[in-house]
Design a protein. Structure first.
Length: 263
């Protein structure tokens, strides 16, 4: 499947179960316009629709990247106004990514700034080229990162790092972003490493992967006791699945190759 929307290109490879969305406003460094936000959500919905009429789960992972060497330079400030600095959907696509049932991997080259960095941090993983640059420049516009940039970095790194990055508005390197925990990996070969990682996740039992994503998300929203109780409910639910039976059979029989269908 390949669909070209106004500001994104959406692709799905059924052989691997991996979806791919390219932010496609290269003349604007893929800045987040209202249309791009809407097309990003629509792209994810199109990919999720691949599960329809399937005996199980077809979509296993999604990679998001930007066209022509930049991930996303932030919000399109030409759409700001005094009364409405950004569309009502401005925050919605971040939540949509965070709540999307399969893992979303940001594949980052070039600029990843402001709303672009917040978009990447809403993803489950961030793989970056060594030349990528990260930052929250909103302070120079007299505003704050409005979609949780300081909150994200405070959780991924620490509050002091979040305040430094947001207060200075300066760009940081991919290596420093990785050292802080903002970036997952800075591989030698970004294309190969991102693809291999996505294929590894896609090969695992999809219901388990979805539950692990839920668990990781809930960990930032509750205390340890509540989180452990939530994990126990996920565990008990998965014990009843066909994928668990496949995994248990493969564990017991060395020559058995499991087929995980997401059911």
């Amino acid at each position: 499947m390949r669909e070209t929307l106004e500001t994104t290109v959406v692709e799905f490879t059924p052989e691997t179960g991996i979806g791919h969305i390219t932010l496609n406003r290269p003349d604007a460094l893929n800045a987040l316009s209202d249309q791009l936000r809407a097309d990003l959500i629509e792209g994810l919905r199109l990919l999720e629709s691949e599960n329809e009429d399937q005996d199980g789960i077809a979509l296993r992972a999604v990679i998001v990247e930007g066209a022509d060497g930049n991930f996303c330079a932030g919000a399109d400030i030409t759409e700001f106004s005094e009364s409405n600095p950004g569309a009502s959907s401005e925050r919605h696509h971040y939540e949509f990514i965070m709540e999307f049932p399969v893992p979303v991997i940001a594949k980052i080259r070039g600029y990843c700034l402001g709303g672009g960095l917040e978009t990447a941090m809403a993803c489950d993983f961030r793989f970056a080229d060594e030349d990528a640059r990260f930052g929250l420049p909103e302070v120079d516009l007299g505003i704050v990162p409005g979609a949780g940039g300081v909150q994200f970095i405070s959780r991924l790194a620490n509050p002091a790092a979040a305040k430094e990055i947001a207060m200075t508005g300066e760009h940081i390197s991919a290596d420093r972003a990785r050292d802080l925990g903002i970036v997952t990996r800075v591989p030698d070969n970004l294309d190969e490493a991102t693809r291999d990682f996505a294929e590894t996740i896609a090969s695992k039992p999809p219901l388990s992967i979805q539950a692990i994503k839920e668990s990781g998300n809930i960990a930032t929203q509750t205390g340890l006791r509540e989180g452990r109780q939530y994990d126990r409910r996920l565990f008990e639910r998965l014990l009843e699945t066909a994928d668990h039976e496949e995994g248990a059979k493969a564990f017991a029989e060395d020559d058995y190759e499991p087929e995980f269908r997401g059911r």
